[in-house]
Design a protein around this ligand. Structure first.
Ligand code: NAP
Length: 299
């Protein structure tokens, strides 16, 4: 029996694990892919206090090592179901099951897709959800980024430094993301803004060759080698715990104390309903969720 099982090895989950293990708890982190979460796809982190410049990958690796050195156990398995057994929670993965007194959900989000025909067929063949992961395949080529938030703006900036041409396609004529990023993009000669436009079709044979956009009631085709979809992310909590209260978008409905409606189940990071999803708010949640979990365990 573990004292604490943490679902997700991103900044929120690993921070929760570090706080728990330092309080002398037996802690298991279950991570589906690689530790570090979304942040490992970020080229450079500049806004984490006392860490002026670090790559996302380095941040994730350092955090993982810090947790392991302190005694956190990490298993690379996908959690499929968490069952509340009263005194303990049963955490079922695809191959195994674990018992823990408390569970901290820090399972994050996944990219929202455009829900277009061919989208899954072309994923990895021109359609990507991560410019820092796949951008370098398109040096000097023509690419498009779809979205108007900070992710889309940052991805367009990143791609502008390597691609020949970047179309930035957004469904409205103003951006939700940071204006400073918009201004930087406006100064790039190889970036073209395509506003009030939606991507309506992905064309090609074995890989993406062009996209069709709809703009002001007209459709037109843009030849592109890649489309980077950056239209937000969806929480990964659906179906994980029966009876868990989610908001209308599927984020776990818990207040600032990170306690869910199910006693002994806490939530931290991007999967929690909250205003600001940043590295610093994820780690903050991790500390709070772990501390609340310790208080629960003592009762
Ligand atoms: P986001 O802020 O939710 O933006 C998603 C964008 O996609 C919006 O512009 C939205 O358009 C558009 N969109 C949504 N669904 C669409 C659809 N079906 N078709 C076309 N466009 C669609 O998501 P995000 O950019 O991934 O950012 C998530 C959070 O992380 C935000 O809080 C963001 O500030 C934060 N973030 C911060 C940084 C940083 O360095 N500070 C970097 C990245 C992300 P509308 O605007 O019309 O709704």
């Amino acid at each position: 029996m573990y004292d604490v099982a943490v679902v997700g090895g991103g900044p929120a989950g690993l921070t929760a694990a570090i706080y728990s293990v330092r309080a002398n708890r037996k802690v298991l982190v279950l991570e589906a892919a690689a530790c570090g979460g979304q942040i490992i796809n970020t080229t450079e982190i500049e806004n984490y206090p006392a860490t002026p410049k670090i790559t996302g990958l380095e941040f994730g690796q350092t955090l993982q090592k810090q947790a392991e050195d302190l005694g956190v156990e990490i298993e690379f398995e996908t959690v499929e179901k968490i069952i509340d057994k009263g005194d303990y929670k049963l955490v079922k993965t695809e191959d195994d099951q674990y018992r823990a007194k408390v569970v901290i959900l820090a399972c994050g989000t996944e990219p929202r897709t455009l829900s277009l025909d061919n989208e899954s067929k072309f994923t990895g063949r021109g359609v990507s959800y991560c410019a820092t992961c796949d951008g370098s395949f398109y040096k000097s080529r023509t690419v498009a980024v779809n979205g108007g938030g900070n992710t889309a703006l940052q991805e367009a900036l990143y791609l502008a430094d390597m691609a020949g041409k970047v179309y930035l396609i957004h469904r409205r004529d103003e951006f939700r993301g940071n204006q400073a990023l918009v201004q930087k993009l406006k100064k790039k000669d190889n970036v073209e803004f395509v506003l009030s436009a939606n991507v309506v079709a992905l064309n090609g044979d074995r890989k993406l060759e062009s996209i069709t956009i709809s703009q002001n009631g007209e459709t037109k085709e843009l030849k592109v080698d890649a489309l980077f979809v950056a239209i937000g992310r969806i929480p990964k909590a659906k179906g994980l715990v029966d009876g868990l209260k989610l908001d209308e978008y599927g984020f776990v409905d818990a207040g600032e104390n990170c306690a869910t409606n199910i006693p002994g189940i806490f939530v931290a990071g991007d999967v929690r309903k909250k205003e600001i999803r940043q590295l610093v708010t994820a780690t903050s949640d991790g500390a709070i969720a772990a501390t609340e979990a310790l208080n629960f365990d003592r009762k």
